[in-house]
Ligand binder design. Structure first.
Ligand SMILES: [Zn+2]
Length: 121
């Protein structure tokens, strides 16, 4: 799954490549990357129904400029959106090539952490 997301995000050449995938019961419902104005999570959720996204998992993946995997912890806005869509779990890549798995109900966006890291690019 991570290999697939990595390759998918690699298709896009802009500097901040963030991909998000919505999965449920082993099926991929959607996959998207960020655009200049929308985050990958928003792009992946738009067009899906509540029936589809309820208790789904959103997997967030980020590739840095040097093609290494970076922290993809969703921002506050995307976390709020995922809650509206009744997403249950959020998984995201970290700087240490691991996947952090969190439940959305207890997930807290690390805004400063994320902003700091993004600025370093
Ligand atoms: Zn976001």
């Amino acid at each position: 799954m991570m290999d697939y997301l990595y390759e998918y995000a690699q298709l896009y050449r802009h500097s901040k490549r963030h991909a998000a995938m919505v999965i449920k019961a082993g099926s991929v419902l959607s996959i998207a990357v960020n655009t200049p104005s929308k985050h990958a999570e928003e792009m992946a959720l738009v067009g899906l129904t509540l029936g589809q996204t309820a208790v789904a998992t959103v997997v967030c993946f980020r590739i840095k400029k040097d093609n290494s995997v970076g922290l993809a912890a969703p921002c506050e806005r995307c976390a709020a959106l995922m809650r509206e869509y009744h997403v249950k779990d959020v998984w995201y890549t970290t700087n240490t090539m691991t996947i952090h798995k969190a439940q959305l109900k207890t997930y807290e966006p690390k805004l400063k952490w994320y902003a700091q890291e993004t600025n370093n690019e």
